[in-house]
Design a protein around this ligand. Sequence first.
Ligand code: SAM
Length: 206
Amino acid sequence: MTFSQRLVGQFRHPRGALGRLAGFIMANRPYNRLRNRWTLGLLDLRPADQVLEIGFGPGYAVAEAARRVPQGKVIGIDHSATMLAQAGARNAEAIRRGRVALFQGDARDLSALAAPVDKIYSANVVQFWPDPAAVFAALRAALKPGGTIATTYQPRQRGASAADSDRMAASLQTVLEHCGFEDIRVESLHLEPPVICVLARRPAEG
Ligand SMILES: C[S@@+](CC[C@H](N)C(=O)[O-])C[C@H]1O[C@@H](n2cnc3c(N)ncnc32)[C@H](O)[C@@H]1O
């Protein structure tokens, strides 16, 4: 396996020195940063929102989100110990002040949450879930009634095209509907290939 193939494999579950390099790339690559800021912009964050990020990687979006909810809190879950360390260092001050809390765990295990949240987001994580319906069912239960979820994806494989982005958007719409979300809509960011974000709401009653 080439170095570049080994590095690409790290984005699913960063580990050790190569994982730290993957985290450095994610925190610094302009497309990556833009994708995360764009996702947060779509979430219509309010100052006191409680926000959950799934798969926070190096914690760039956690820091951005914390700035946008000055009276709220950002909670993050990622299964990588390497990313927990990197995101923890990046957000150390906010963690000390109780404005950010980061946990190592799987997207389906939300036992770290003390209470349901107002908003949930993820960026380029959904493609790694073997059973997206099970994850979205868990995330729906972690949202307050009326709360919003944003799921962002940009295909990264060699030769990826708009058709790959569209396929993921269609499949996310189907699974979100199946899991009982409403007001499902797709937004696009015109990069090459396009970034899609599928937003949905937990019904106000139910
Ligand atoms: C491609 S990186 C994206 C990181 C970050 N969202 C960003 O945009 O910079 C995917 C991240 O999701 C995490 N991840 C993947 N599958 C996960 C799962 N089932 N549960 C928790 N974290 C997961 C990985 O450890 C990694 O940090």
